[in-house]
Design a protein around this ligand. Structure first.
Ligand code: RFL
Ligand code: PHB
Length: 395
């Protein structure tokens, strides 16, 4: 049995970019079908980002997914940077008059999923063997298998929101797709623990033992990261070893406030900068991690995915409401101009804050001088703040 459906926009992937896009479309009366290869429980258990730019916060409110975020999220007015024992606070509100919201991607995804399901709009999990057809013709299709049945969705446009490991990008011929990539010679070891955070604000620390990040999910749940080797074995990192190392990297003054506990999640993420151009091929648009990856140092990946979703939603809504195709035609260029600036910021902060295994003494001095400059220059601090709260969207 083959089941046929027709929709305006087929969305592949129900991560933050696919869900936000489909909900923005729904609010404007544009139909979409969302499919994901994973189960709902798998998607809702993934621990990822924690910091939302205010533009992302407002987009979530716009689609009606902001109530719990507004109750449980924590607006932050600044964050701390440590370098070899020196401390400098980036005062986001004082420098650029904006805040960020600390609210987990896991919770945001749950809110978007429950909103969509409550509305009755189509969202299919556990889609197998997802394929894209006829993307350069006027009648593209997304085909997949669900519960043993083949399903074919005929549509006007396809949004590839299926992340870095997805299939949408792979359907673009290699002579058209240009890829830019940098792989960093270390990873992040992350731990989630039900203990109050060490400080009210996030701390990004670079010391002689490597990078550490203190973040949080609530007043009683902390998220910590350590720079680690790429081929590190999780089994070698007991909770005790993790917290000993974190304490060492933070130094005694801060480290003594650390409240240890049993980890409820522990994982290693590689660090990568990656951009695939163009972000459109025929009737397929790439959105979020499907098109670009940033190292997590600037807290930008999720926010960049949400920005793409807003640009594409606006272009599709204009098309369906007034027949305009110019915004769709400019989608890739509009997104990429911002993507490259965010890539630059994430790369810059990663260069500044990590201990590179092959760094020469000269390069270490350059990091030190950069930190001193930021600490003494309001202009340099303002530039960091301006990027951290999120560059404006040019729609
Ligand atoms: P996602 O979230 O990867 O969602 C893609 C979805 O597509 C599905 N999929 C498919 N579906 C159908 N068919 C296929 N063939 C498919 N292949 C894949 C997947 O199941 C999935 O549900 O991409 P999206 O929506 O573009 O969102 C991007 C963000 O998830 C990502 O950029 C952030 O998590 C990155 N990131 C951070 N971003 C921030 O803005 N702030 C942060 O503080 C931050 N911290 C982080 C992070 C990422 C991390 N990891 C684990 C990579 C911290 C970490 C540790
Ligand atoms: C997180 O809380 O997971 C987090 C916060 C800030 C970052 C990266 C990750 O830069």
């Amino acid at each position: 049995m083959v089941q046929f459906t027709r929709t305006q926009v087929a969305v592949i992937g129900s991560g933050p970019s696919g869900l936000l896009l489909s909900e923005l479309l729904r609010k404007a009366g544009v139909d979409s079908v969302v499919i994901d290869r994973q189960s709902r429980s798998h998607i809702e258990a993934r621990i990822r980002a924690g910091v939302l730019e205010w533009g992302t916060v407002e987009a979530l409110r716009e689609v009606g997914a902001g109530d719990r975020m507004d109750r449980e999220g924590m607006p932050h007015s600044g964050f701390e940077m440590y370098f070899n024992g020196f401390r400098h606070r980036i005062d986001l509100v004082g420098l650029v008059n904006r805040q960020v919201m600390v609210y987990g991607q896991t919770e945001l995804t749950k809110d978007l999923i429950s909103g969509r399901l409550a509305s009755g709009a189509p969202l299919t999990f556990c889609a197998e063997d997802v394929r894209i057809e006829n993307v350069t013709s006027g009648n593209p299709k997304v085909c997949f298998v669900h519960g043993g049945e083949t399903q074919i969705i005929a549509c006007d446009y396809i949004a590839g929101c299926d992340g870095y490991h997805g299939m949408a990008r792979q359907t673009i011929p290699s002579d058209i797709l240009q890829v830019y990539e940098r792989i960093y010679p270390f990873g992040w070891l992350g731990v989630l623990v039900d203990q109050p955070p060490i400080s009210e604000e996030l701390i990004y620390a670079n010391g002689s033992h490597g990078f550490a990040l203190c973040s949080m999910r609530s007043s009683s749940r902390s998220r910590y990261y350590l720079q680690c080797q790429i081929n590190e074995n999780l089994e070698d990192w007991s909770d005790e070893r993790f917290f000993d190392e974190l304490e060492r990297r933070l130094g005694p003054e801060t480290g003594r406030h650390l409240q240890r506990g049993a980890s409820i999640e522990k994982s290693i993420a590689p660090l990568r900068s990656f951009v695939a151009e163009p972000m459109r091929y025929g009737r397929l648009f790439l959105v979020g991690d499907a098109a670009h990856i940033v190292p997590p140092t600037g807290a930008k990946g999720l926010n960049l995915a949400a920005a793409d979703a807003q640009v594409l939603a606006r272009a599709l809504i204009e098309f369906y409401h007034s027949g305009r195709v110019d915004l769709l035609d400019r989608y890739s260029d509009t997104c990429l101009r911002r993507v490259w600036k965010v890539e630059r910021f994430s790369w810059y902060l990663s260069q500044l804050l990590h201990m590179f295994p092959d760094a020469t003494p000269f390069e270490r001095k350059m990091q030190q001088a950069e930190f001193d400059y930021i600490a003494q220059s309001e202009n340099a601090s303002r530039s960091i703040a301006e990027n951290y709260v999120g560059l404006p969207l040019s729609l």
